[in-house]
Design a binder for this molecule. Structure first.
Ligand SMILES: [Zn+2]
Length: 100
């Protein structure tokens, strides 16, 4: 949404959801609540702007974990028995230990 459907103002921005019903609607549909600061219109429209609430940002752009750092941390650990999550790093370490 780029302009208020009521007065045409371009200053329209995202609004916070009010209550669980709006929260569910926001979760289930691409619509997001918007508010116009000029005429106080409030309504739902397809999202075209950055989220108004920072916590709405989805964690899809999180950087990948630094496996090198994890590897070094595990290597320097004096208790190598705690390998509860068998990810690539731990498997690689296990292979190295078997070869020794
Ligand atoms: Zn307006």
């Amino acid at each position: 949404m780029r302009a208020c459907p009521s007065c045409g103002s371009p200053r329209i921005h995202r609004s916070r959801t009010k209550g669980w019903i709006e929260h569910i609607r926001k979760t289930l549909s691409p619509d997001r609540p918007h508010r116009c600061p000029d005429c106080h219109w409030r309504g739902w429209a397809i999202e075209t702007q950055e989220p108004f609430e920072p916590e709405e940002a989805k964690p899809s752009h999180r950087p990948a974990p630094d496996f090198g750092l994890i590897d070094r941390a595990v290597r320097s650990s004096k208790a190598p028995g705690h390998t509860r999550s068998p990810d690539r790093t731990f498997r690689a370490i296990d292979d190295k230990l078997k070869r020794v």
